[in-house]
Ligand binder design. Structure first.
Ligand code: TYM
Length: 337
């Protein structure tokens, strides 16, 4: 008897900057943790990256680096499909079709669009506005059941679900799987070390606000030592009044799996300095093997290229199946094979 097929899990990172501790704790760590229970696809979304200005050489390097980071963080390349978004042209094709069923008002409401477009001045690229539709295409192409992401992607996932439901309503219920979102209970929103009210981001202009997966042990220690904490000296968990302390406690909890209350108890009578030193050591220990393995893999791009070619071929076959089904249901004449 055949075992029932595993459900599909899919996620991605935009290689618009170096991956951060936030990307690791909010996303990559959970991908590795959940991967055995799912049929997994993980990719680097270079077509999303070009919605803002990119240096071509840096974009290419970061795309490889992101994929090396996935594997170094525990994603198993023998069991997951790993690829680069632009190697599978069906992503852009389905996005066009979804565009024709997405409303301007829906996209105007996206908070990431509102934030990012203010930085673009008068000349806002259409791609930036349309970004969530391409993301919906990424997900719906593979009939995805589960999408593990950090808190900031929740609104994009809601739009994806709305689009799937809308299209299913127009073109029959089994057109798209309506995906569920997985947001980790701890670590879904790691904040900047310099401004604990803002998200840690790979595109932050202040490099001291983010710990990058490529940072050396010393850089990590220095950044966490300089982290903005709050007035007072008592280590308690109070997100509103002590957001800097809350962020460090959250980082510890996400790395160790311990409850924040348990961590707070262990700091009774201690100072912020203790919290910083110990958080830094935990981060160093978590990221060192990822940095070292990533650097090792990046020395040999041919192995990565072989893996990515295989991944793109397998992804493309699956994507083409969904795209054909959509084109057929909509009344587009299919090319005879
Ligand atoms: P991106 O590249 O901004 O982030 C990648 C993943 O990391 C999470 N994340 C965080 N988690 C916790 N704390 C933070 N400070 C933090 N910063 C980022 C994000 O929530 C995300 O899970 N649009 C997506 C990429 C994408 C995608 C997809 C994701 C394109 N297509 C399809 C899932 C499925 C993005 O730009 O993520």
């Amino acid at each position: 008897m055949n075992a029932s097929p595993k459900e599909v899990m899919l996620s991605a990172v935009t290689p618009s900057g170096l991956l951060t501790l936030g990307n690791y704790l909010g996303a990559l760590k959970n991908w590795a943790h959940l991967q055995n229970d799912y049929d997994c696809l993980f990719f680097a979304v270079d077509l999303h990256a070009i919605t803002t200005k990119q240096d071509p050489k840096e974009l290419r390097d970061r795309t490889y680096r992101a994929l090396a980071n996935y594997i170094a963080a525990g994603v198993d390349p023998d069991h997951c499909t790993l690829f680069i978004q632009s190697h599978v042209p069906e992503h852009a094709e389905l996005a066009w079709i979804l565009n024709c069923h997405t409303y301007m008002g829906e996209l105007s409401r996206m908070t990431q669009y509102k934030d990012k477009s203010t930085k673009e001045g008068q000349s806002i690229p259409v791609g930036l506005f349309d970004y969530p539709v391409l993301m919906a295409s990424d997900i719906l192409l593979y009939q995805t059941n589960l999408v593990p992401v950090g808190e900031d992607q929740k609104q994009h996932l809601e739009l994806t679900r709305d689009l799937a439901i809308r299209m299913n309503h127009h073109f029959d219920e089994d057109l798209f799987q309506v995906p569920e979102v997985f947001i980790p209970p701890v670590g879904a929103r790691i904040m900047s070390l310099q401004d604990p009210l803002a998200k840690m981001s790979k595109s932050d202009s202040d490099p001291h606000g983010s710990v990058y997966l490529s940072d050396s042990d010393d850089q990590i220690r220095k950044k966490i030592k300089r982290a903005v904490t709050d007035s007072g000296s008592e280590i308690i968990d109070d997100e509103q009044n002590k957001p800097g302390v809350h962020n460090l406690l959250t980082i510890q909890a996400a790395i160790t799996g311990k409850k924040i209350s348990e961590i707070v108890t262990s700091y009774a009578g201690k100072q912020y300095g203790h919290l910083k030193v110990e958080t830094a050591e935990l981060v160093v220990q978590a990221l060192k093997p990822i940095r070292e393995k990533s650097e090792e893999m990046l020395k040999d791009k041919t192995t990565l290229d072989t893996l990515l070619k295989k991944g793109a071929e397998s992804a493309s076959k699956r994507a083409a199946k969904t795209l054909k089904k959509v084109q057929d249901r909509m009344g587009l004449v299919l090319k005879k094979s």
